[in-house]
Design a protein around this ligand. Structure first.
Ligand code: WTA
Length: 652
């Protein structure tokens, strides 16, 4: 990440936004006016927006309840149903025929699913889940490829008040097992398999394996037939999705739930311990999903086609592939396969074929596509695109410029959106037709969001100085806690500034014009290809291998992935042939392929301070091949350093 940071520090280019009088925010005065509304009447403004943008079965009378801070409650006495907001109200408004989802399978088949059809499917699925004993408050784990049934399963849960927990389909059975257990889930929804890189990859065997380790809370596994691959079947437990839905009526009364009812749990990595189950609540989350679609992307449901390339296994896929666009009544694109199959033009072909007008992806994907060459986008008609977005990691100015010129034809504003699993939706981002952009800067907090850059004591730092990014006021789509561990919620996000501020875990700086520049994580969380990974998770995976005595994992800058995983390993015996490959496989088996170390270095011991702490900063310097900046006088063993450095040189 340091390469990115160095280049952004010298970034001076400013791009004035294109003019569009139709845009919701058509200049900075409009932005400032909205901010002013929040300054003048914080809760009143949120209350107006919630009343105006969501359909409530029971209206709320209080907007924000902070009596039990930091366990904030929003619109607490109101009741609503998410699927009703995402489907029924659009059908009732005469939009039943509009495409809700345009889905493309990797082999190339296309499905247009209208709002009326999606509503019918969601009702059938909700009825089927209910028939299998799922009700309000039960947890349903969704372990699915990017197929429409994944969105149907999510919405079906919301219809009956079940809380879903989507587990990324490329996570291992171990990771799946851990999440099922932690959530105490009653059902898993999965698929037989899905297409990836031209072949069917089985998915259900991972569920079978996870459940073989004992998940007593699980009663049923619903299986969507997608890959057509043969799968083992446990009678009484496993249920075929398609016939189960076909047997149900396409009507199901939406269950109104309290605004604070947990809509979903999504596991994400932290700096210590197991992944945390981040809880999002119904009303506040949905409100911000809808509003940010309109504000950040200037989404016009009647004419735009929106495509967020994120998998539903991540928060970006939750908010911007499913809930945000559907809450607006617009069209969302879903694609099953890998972006470079059968060639590096696939994403651009999808944009062309489905007339995508708003495109949202991660810098890592952009960097990989830059490498593939400009000829790929040049072959496709990208003229329908009007706004481009990025998310997940800092974007380096070179990638920003390429995105701007080659994909956006120099016409399209870029929204570099900073946010997190915990924030539910965008926090700091340009408004496409109002904010002048600087490549690499997420620019300003959205109206209603109060963010600051502070020092360790919580005092705002001067312009140009680095500090910690905090949010100083609660917001509706904020996380409500960590599943099963309220103390960890307080400790992780609120303790640092004694309950005053939400601590995001990112470093940031404001420049002389007040622009926010995100500098990356200040904790032991890695950002690999825009995916969050905890160093400790990978270390635990490594030490669970019989050959490993001790392991330390750090990130090192990587041109494509942003950060790569570098592991320093102490073995129990002498190194043997093929062990590096075996350890990589082992980590993939424990967590998933995204966590595989890119670089493994063996040593007789790890560099530690006299008090026994692993010197991570030193390891980061070694991993990056940089000069060592740490004070080495406290080091127990200088030889270890040479040993670790020399392995890096061997492989350069
Ligand atoms: C990083 C993804 C710079 C950041 C939505 C954050 C970013 C973490 C940006 C959250 C951005 C996300 N610029 N860094 N535009 N967006 N990040 O929970 O470090 O998977 O804390 O949520 O990604 O990752 P998460």
């Amino acid at each position: 990440m340091s390469g990115v940071i160095e280049s952004v520090l010298h970034e001076l280019r400013v791009f004035t936004p294109p003019q569009d009088a139709q845009a919701r925010f058509d200049d900075m005065d409009a932005y400032r006016a909205m901010r002013q509304r929040f300054d003048d009447d914080f809760t009143g403004t949120w209350g107006d927006l919630a009343a105006q943008h969501l359909s409530w079965s029971k209206p709320f009378s209080t907007v924000l309840d902070d009596s039990d801070a930091p366990f904030f409650k929003w619109f607490a006495d109101g009741e609503l149903n998410v699927s009703e907001n995402c489907l029924d109200r659009h059908v009732a408004a005469g939009l039943g025929g509009r495409a809700a989802i345009i889905w493309e399978g990797e082999p190339g088949e296309v499905r247009h699913i209208s709002y009326a059809e999606l509503l019918g499917d969601v009702c059938r699925a909700a009825n089927a889940m209910r028939a299998l004993g799922i009700g309000k408050g039960d947890r349903v784990v969704i372990y699915m490829p990017m197929i429409p049934e994944a969105a149907v399963a999510m919405l079906a849960c919301t219809r009956i008040g079940a809380t879903h927990s989507v587990v990324f389909g490329a996570f291992s059975s171990k990771a799946l097992h851990e999440r099922i257990e932690d959530a105490g889930a009653k059902m898993v929804v999965t698929a037989d398999g899905a297409w990836r890189r031209g072949a069917v990859h089985a998915l259900k065997p991972f569920v079978d394996e996870a459940l073989s380790w004992g998940c007593p809370s699980i009663e049923h596994v619903m299986v969507v037939r997608r890959g057509g691959n043969a799968v083992d079947w446990t009678d009484g437990r496993d249920v075929d999705w398609q016939p189960a839905l076909a047997a149900q009526p396409d009507v199901c009364e939406p269950l109104a739930v309290e605004s604070e009812h947990p809509l979903f749990i999504l596991y994400t990595s932290g700096s210590t311990g197991k992944p945390k189950g981040i809880i999002h609540a119904t009303g506040g989350y949905l409100l911000w999903g809808r509003l940010t679609m309109q504000w950040t992307f200037d989404f016009r449901p009647e004419s735009d086609v929106f495509w967020c390339t994120a998998d539903i296994g991540w928060i970006t896929g939750h908010t911007y592939s499913v809930y945000g666009p559907l809450a607006c009544g617009g069209t969302t694109v879903m694609y099953e396969g890998v972006p470079t199959y059968p060639d590096a033009g696939r994403l651009w072909k999808i944009c062309q074929d489905h007339a995508v007008s708003l495109f949202y992806t991660a810098p890592t994907a952009i960097r990989a596509l830059i490498k593939a060459g400009d000829a790929w986008p040049a072959r496709h008609d990208l003229s329908k695109i009007r706004v481009l977005g990025t998310v997940g990691e800092p974007i380096n100015p070179e990638a920003w410029m390429w995105y701007h010129k080659v994909i956006g034809g120099g016409r399209c504003p870029i929204v570099d959106t900073w946010w997190q699993t915990e924030t539910g939706g965008h926090m700091i981002t340009p408004l496409p037709f109002a904010t002048a952009t600087k490549p690499g800067s997420a620019t300003f907090p959205l109206p209603g969001i109060f963010a600051e850059v502070v020092d360790g004591e919580g005092e705002p730092v001067g312009h140009g100085q680095g500090g910690l990014l905090v949010v100083t006021r609660p917001w509706p789509s904020m996380l409500r806690g960590i599943w099963g561990d309220p103390a960890r919620y307080v400790r992780t996000y609120w303790q640092k500034f004694e309950g005053r501020y939400y601590f995001a875990g990112d470093g940031a700086r404001k420049d002389d014009d007040g622009y926010y520049w995100i500098m990356g994580r200040v904790d032991d969380v890695l950002n690999v290809s825009g995916h969050r990974l905890g160093t400790m998770e990978i270390e635990s995976a490594l030490v669970s291998h019989p050959a490993v005595a001790e392991a330390a994992v750090v990130g090192r800058p990587d041109d494509i992935k942003g950060e790569a995983v570098c592991a320093f390993v102490v073995l129990k015996q002498a190194e043997r042939e093929g062990l590096r490959t075996e350890l990589r496989k082992h980590v993939a088996h424990e967590i998933g392929p995204i966590a595989k170390p890119d670089d493994i270095r063996f040593a007789d011991s790890l560099p530690k301070t006299r008090s026994g702490k692993i010197m991570r900063r030193l390891l980061r310097d070694i991993a990056a091949g940089r000069d060592i900046t740490s004070d080495m006088s406290t080091l127990e063993d200088h030889k270890v350093i040479e040993q670790l450095q020399s392995q890096g040189q061997e492989r350069r």
